[in-house]
Design a protein around this ligand. Structure first.
Ligand code: BT5
Length: 237
């Protein structure tokens, strides 16, 4: 069962850092903190982690040949499902690692993010979800503004209940067939079929977001043909 043993911390710099340092942790071990002073995002970015308002959880996986980009996609799906079950609201995912809520107007906001990092023989799946933040407690973002479960639903949630729901859904997702997960990812994926810009470490490309391959790569149809992108950021026009 994922989530056992569980290490609960009042405060830490980053639950991913703690989990990566826990090199002899068994598969499924989990680190949860009430607040983080140095919460990490991808590519050196940060994750704002106000005390007692969000879920800050890192899960240790021991999976031979684990593909971190795929675990990032599947974990985002698991978080979207868990938030739906808890709240009754709908959630989408954004390649490669975001969980979004999308208003009727089409405006999408970021409620959670995943950061997968490997070291030695473990893969750590780090999950951040904004749970009980009020509007003035969220970071300001020009695009994909931040959202919280409370702002989405008008209700306050116990962080432990969110944590249990997320672990339960991740358990189900990681046991599921990859083809079914792919189909679900495509259904929930924001911007599929649209013209997008994708910025990777080496280039910025514009094209139609055609889909996601079985290894998690994004497929972009550009003027120069079909390109595969394994890591990067998608922006919309
Ligand atoms: C992510 O990165 O979205 C991955 C976030 C993972 C956080 C978890 S918390 C538990 C575990 N321990 C860690 O140290 N990390 C993981 P990325 O796609 O790079 O997005 C980062 C960007 O999201 C930032 O540059 C901000 O613009 C924005 N951001 C930061 N904090 C946010 C928040 N609380 N809510 C919404 N957006 C936020």
């Amino acid at each position: 069962m994922l989530g056992e043993p569980i290490l609960r911390l009042d405060e830490t710099d980053s639950t991913n850092r703690v989990a990566l340092d826990w090199q002899d942790a068994p598969h499924g071990a989990c680190v949860v903190a009430r607040s983080q002073s140095g919460g990490r995002g991808r590519l050196g970015r940060s994750w704002e982690s106000a005390a007692d308002l969000g879920l800050y959880l890192s899960l240790v996986l021991r999976v031979e040949g684990a593909n971190a980009p795929l675990y990032s996609l599947w974990s985002a799906l698991g978080v979207a499902r868990a938030l739906e079950k808890l709240s009754g609201a709908s959630f989408r995912v954004k390649w490669p690692n975001d969980v979004l809520c999308v208003a009727q107007s089409g405006q999408a906001r970021k409620i959670g993010g995943i950061l997968c990092e490997g070291r030695g023989e473990i893969l750590v799946v780090g999950i951040g979800v904004n749970v009980n933040h009020g509007a003035d407690e969220l970071p300001t973002r020009p695009i994909f503004p931040a959202a919280s479960l409370r702002l989405e639903t008008g209700r306050v949630f116990e962080i432990d209940a969110v944590s249990a729901a997320v672990l339960g859904e991740l358990n189900a997702v990681f046991a599921q067939n990859g083809d079914d997960l792919h189909a679900e990812f495509a259904r929930r994926c924001f911007g599929l079929g649209e013209v997008v810009s994708v910025k990777s470490a080496t280039e910025s490309l514009v094209g139609v977001f055609e889909g996601v391959e079985s290894d998690g790569a994004l497929l972009l149809r550009t003027a120069d043909g079909l390109k595969r992108i394994l890591a990067g950021d998608v922006s919309y026009f």
